[in-house]
Design a protein around this ligand. Structure first.
Ligand code: ZN
Length: 245
């Protein structure tokens, strides 16, 4: 059975069975092993859903369509101009596709609580300092979470990078020339993007392990591991402004 896992900052595990696919929403720091255990523990429930779906296939398909529609609405509203302004002011950011507001705290350490990133009062006063603190936090998310996402993807396609490094890159999300040498040089700000877009950037990087340039062979391989990647490329354009923050 196909399992799609979406990671979130929220401290939840949600399992939904839909048209032969198990859709799981789970906290980003919950380990893969623990998640597998939770799914196994719910196998009876999944089996019952499978049976119910067989009986009621048409209704489920209709629900699926409605859900897809509302997801698109959410995707567009994420980037309204007010939020973009706040992002440039260092008052809002995105972490793993979730909008996160930035607030001051009496503690000196930067920490995330739900959908709020707290930074110290002193740092919060100045716009440049706020942005610097957010970037430092995103670097941590890259080292803690993005790195494991990359390793997981690599093991799925049986490719292993010789080195993974996170940098601030000019105008691009990853260094394609490095990827051709099996070195993953990825902009740590990728941690702001939703899962689908992070996945595209990782897939693109791994596709360069086989083909250094963007030729037909490269595109064929990429579409094998990510069939709708052209759509994802277009969605990614909406997030280009993150490179200017
Ligand atoms: Zn490339």
């Amino acid at each position: 059975m196909k399992v799609i896992v979406t990671r979130t900052l929220k401290n939840i595990v949600k399992i939904k069975y839909d048209n032969g696919v198990l859709k799981v929403v789970a906290n980003c720091f919950l380990s893969q092993a623990k998640l597998k255990r939770i799914i196994a523990e719910n196998s009876e429930w999944v089996a019952s859903k499978k049976q119910a779906e067989k009986n009621n296939l048409n209704i489920v398909l209709k629900e699926e369509k409605t859900a897809a529609k509302s997801n698109n609405v959410l995707f567009d509203s994420v980037l309204d101009s007010e939020i973009i302004k706040r992002i440039f002011a260092g008052k809002t950011t995105m972490i793993l596709g979730d909008i996160v507001n930035i607030e001051e705290s009496m503690y000196s350490k930067t920490y995330l609580d739900g959908n709020t990133l707290y930074i110290s009062e002193k740092v919060f006063k100045n716009k440049q300092d706020r942005i610097k603190a957010v970037k430092a936090y995103l670097r941590k998310v890259a080292a803690l979470y993005l790195a494991s996402e990359i390793s997981e993807f690599g093991s799925n396609v049986s490719l292993c990078p010789s080195k993974i490094q996170f940098k601030e890159l000019d105008g691009v999300w990853l260094n394609c020339a490095d990827a051709g040498q099996k070195v993953l040089t990825i902009d740590y700000r990728v941690t702001q993007l939703p899962q689908e877009l992070r996945r595209y950037i990782i897939a693109h990087a791994f596709a360069h392990f086989r083909n250094a340039v963007h030729d037909e062979k490269f595109e064929n391989y990429l579409s094998n591991i990510m069939p709708r990647y052209k759509d994802t490329e277009r969605k990614l354009e909406k997030y280009a402004f993150f490179k200017d923050v």
